[in-house]
Write a protein that binds this ligand. Sequence first.
Ligand code: UD1
Length: 430
Amino acid sequence: MEQYAIKGGNPLVGEVEIGGAKNAALPILAASIMTDETVVIENVPDVRDINALLQAMESIGVVVEHLDRHTIKINASAIHGHVIEDDLIKKIRASYYLIGALLGKYKEAEVVLPGGCNIGSRPIDQHIKGWRALGTQVDIAHGLISAKAECLKGGHIYMDVVSVGATINVMMAAVMAEGQTIIENAAKEPHVVDLANFLNSMGANIKGAGTDVIRIKGVSRLHKTEYAIIPDQIEAGTFMFAAAVTKGDITVKNVIPKHLESISAKLMEIGCEIEESDDAVRVVASKPLRSTHVKTLPYPGFPTDMQPQIAVALAMAQGTSIVTESIFENRFRYVDELTRMGANIKVEGNTAIINGTRRYTGARLTAPDLRAGAALVLAGLAAEGFTLVDDIHFIQRGYEDFELKLQHLGAQIARVETEREIQKFKLKVG
Ligand code: UD1
């Protein structure tokens, strides 16, 4: 099993190029099967979740061609089935985007129930409610979810919770339904907007994405397009916090600063300096970090996917901070690991009370999920001494070349697999 070996203590300094957004690329790749014409998608991150989805698409006859590492050509004219049972797909939550896409185009789909990060119970009742409102019969049996409609008809859906996944899945199903669909209390995340822009570039008629009411007029067919995915807000935010915790100076490049506003605002509150330009944000952490309070919220609030990273920073800030998780109930599983590095954090329900400690000490850690795994790497980079992070396959689900990008900023980090490699790393970093 691969691990990250880290020797902490170096301020990270320099520039880092941010890749395409995983959470935008997943629904966009799924939606690309909604036309028989060829679609070219640029700025696709080369990460495990994306590759798992592409393999599942290939299993039903979609032709996937890599034009280069980040550009993918897709042709779905030879799809030979609407049932996806691929074992890989169980591991990624976004497998369910293929239901919305297949249902929208072929009026039927059968897909393995989604897996994904264990960050709390993750119901799909709002997806199902939306599909049913469009006239779909939905059943769950033998671990598969099947959706079938004689004819999809536009409907009016009020989401009971703000859900990225449900908004996206209902949007895809509605694009080729007869008549108008209105989704109220829709998610406003940048990746929801990116999917709507992509579908519109294929001939769909979607208005209001990015607000809480989305209006979709059904069209009879979608056509070819070329489209570039937006930059990854969470990858950028993770590197911004890497600057904060290592007393560094990092410029994240190829980003949309507007998408990073809630993250930049918190970094300023805790004492970092932020410089924004058109497509880059620089974070300078020259002063000791200060405490603050933060609550995760749907966009434009502070993202739940950045909660572990900010907690790592707050656990080394002066004073007491309160972190409230309002989206997923099981997102503090990294706290025990941080405690072993010297953090002082008490979790009560959906709240973590953090008393800042002056420094972390390196330890052997286990990544509990994707974002918490990345946050533990940040803690290791800030810590005194040697840290080993296990289960880094979680991190590889969503971060491309994570250790290479960190090394480029001056981090002492290596991917290791054996005791010998660990010893070699220790000798090298001293
Ligand atoms: C997506 C992101 C994930 C991010 C999350 C919140 C992807 C692949 N994943 O996950 O990284 O953390 O948004 O920004 O894009 N809910 C229901 N019923 C439903 C659907 C959701 O009750 O049918 C609840 C969930 O339990 C959760 C909340 O709604 O409490 C938000 O979940 P949702 O926005 O759907 O998250 P995902 O789309 O799964």
